[in-house]
Every structure is written in C-alpha cells, then in structure tokens.
Design a binder for this molecule. Sequence first.
Ligand code: HGY
Ligand code: MN
Ligand code: MN
Length: 418
Amino acid sequence: MRFGPTILDQAEYLASCTHASAGITRTYLSRAHRKAGDFLVQLMQDAGMDAAYDAIGNVVGRYAGRDETAPVIVTGSHQDSVVDAGRYDGVFGILSPIACIADLNRRGVHPHNPIEVVAFGDEEGVRFEVTMIGSAGLAGSFDPSWLDRRDDQGTTMRDALLEFGGAPNEWATVRRDPSRIACFVESHIEQGPVLLNEGLPLGVVTAIAGVSRLRGTVLGIAGHAGTVPMPGRRDALAAAAEMALAIENLALKNEAPIVATVGKFAVAGGGAINVIPGRVEFTVDLRSPDDAIRRDAVAQLVDLCQAIAKRRQVQVEWQRFFDLDAAPCDEALQDQLAHAIKAHGVGVRRLPSGAGHDAMKFAGFARIAMLFVRCGNGGISHNPLEIMTAEDADIATRVLLSFFENFSSGSMVASHAA
Ligand code: HGY
Ligand code: MN
Ligand code: MN
C-alpha cells in the first residue's frame, strides 16, 4: 500500500494534538490547533507545496499547475474536532490530498490546474458556536460579527485570533475569487453505516443535507424543592425535557427524511439539587436533504414547544443561530469521481450525506464534489470509536490522485461516466 499506513500514522500524530486531559478535543485557535497546524504546514512543504496560515487560522498549501493561470482545484477539510472525537473526521480529508501531492511531487508531475489543500481552522463550531468558519472565509460568507463572539471563557474570537498569530482585521483577504476556482472536492469518512453494510470502501456524495440549529431557552420559576407543591410548579427543566422528547418524536414519526438532535441541555448556573430549575437552555440540530421539509419541521417544532410551554405556564424563547441549505454535488464532478473509482476496480455507490461538511460552504460559489470513505464500528463517528482501515485510506487516496491527474474542468464524456 502506497498511502494508507502513513496517513493513519499521521492521523495518530494529529490525535495527540488535543487540549483534553483524555480523548481528542481540538478546537479553533487553541494550542492544539497550532500544534496540528504547524505539523500540516511542514507536511505540505515536504510535499512540495508553498504552505502557510491565512489570516483566520486556516492552513493553505498550494501546488503549482502546469498552467498557473488555470483555475485552482481546492481540496481539504477541517482540522478541528468535536469534544472527545474520533481520529479521522476532517483530518482524513487533509492528509489524503497532501499524500496525493507528495506523490505527484516525487514523480515531478504537475497537473494542468494548480491544487490548493486547505486545513480549515474550524468546521465543528465547538468553541464559538459558529460552524464552518474556515470554509466560510474562503467562500465569501465569513461574518465579521463572529469576531465578537465569546467562548465559554469569555475570550472573543478576535482576541483568540490575535493570540494565535492571525489577523482578524484581514479576514476579507481570505476570500477567493470564485472565477479562479475550478472546483472544491472533499474526501471525508462517511460517518455512517451505508458503505460498511454494502461492503464498499468508497462512495460518491450526491448532496449534503441542509441543517437548522436553534437554541431554546425555557423560563419557569425557580423555587424550593421541598416546599413548592407539585401542582402548579413552573419547572423549566421538566418542561424542556418534555420539549426534547417532543422534538425527538417529531423526527421519529415524520415520514419525511428528518433527523433532530438535542445535543446540549443545561440548567442556567448549573442548577442545584434542592432548587426547582427556573431557566434551562438547550440546542436543536435539525436536518433534511429537502429544505422545504426542514423549514416546515422547524416551524412544527416551535409550535409543539410553545404548546408545552403554555400548558406548563412557562415561557420558551428561540434563537436561530445557524441555517444552511442542502448542497447538491456537481453531476460532472460526481462522474469524474465515479470514473476514478471504477478505474480502480471498485463498485460505484452514490449516496447523500447526512453530516454537514465544509463543501457545503462552497455550494453556489464553486462546483463541489465529495468522496466518502468507509467507517468501521457500524459507521460510528463523533466518538472515539471512529475507525477506518489503512486499505480504505489507501484506495481513497489513489482514487483522489486519479481524480486530480485526470481532472477536466468540462463535463465528462458520457461514455466515461460510471
Ligand atoms: O455536524 C456535522 O454534521 C459536522 O460534523 N460538523
Ligand atoms: Mn464532524
Ligand atoms: Mn467532518
């Protein structure tokens, strides 16, 4: 195997770039980000790329094309992780293209188009609760008001960037000219069981599900746990818990393809064993490949929670802080990936992505494509049990390399499409 074992070793090193006492947690602009970023800058330079951090903490490596005036193939994924993460989410989509470039460089080969590999500083949104900051920077949707957002220590993104060595006031310099981008292509572990169940190492993504994220705040009346009679309590936690179950039920019972998750749930101030909770905050992440269905489900969710609040004589307020439409992948690019997969003797499987990815940020800005790679352990991800094999890392990298070497900015000739 040319690539697989080395990539897994590199992923192992990146797993050591963590700021958690146990497990893998690497958030945007942390020291762990810096350690991982410095490693990736070196890896890109060793692969023959010009590499450096950009103003907002992305690591960008560029490999010259035979025609330096040709539009750039941009590829990459995110270096940051969720809390207590797996090893490969995001990271594989950085290491695999670097391995491709290193191979081209070793052979003295330059594809027609220049290639840029990007390690996006933030995609998961753990630190500042805004996601895909890095890819938003390149794709022109970075919102400078994010620089005033604070993490749970009260540090603003602006100050964190300055401390990291970034240049917050130069955020606009990161934006690409869309006419100079040939495509954005991202390799990523599937984070689901489809390829595993069908015995396939690779898949071509057809579209990425749209997502809505909201924060609900339930306001009841705090009270003495021992003296307030049960009837008539304005228990914010009990109300919020009923809302969380109603949200789960909405997604479960809906024929339409919807997934909904209450991922964060907290009593304001942490709560106390002998106090009836007066204020509870929780988050909702709702997704669907169909934007109209997603929007309708969010409206239903708000109504359901309002009815629960009314019956329990509490209030519920919503802050909608993230909305991203479903992102279709370019058909011609899908065909080019499918062709490369077929050329390596692997069955072609096209499938949607339930997980969000940096590629979504480029939808409407550039043509996008994604290559999925099989996950083991039932497809589990956002979990330390996330695994992939060296064989799958290897075939995915060989297919991506073939995509780069045969890239055509036009559409594939139909007979070639798999
Ligand atoms: O949430 C997602 O789908 C991605 O992992 N950030
Ligand atoms: Mn993720
Ligand atoms: Mn990811």
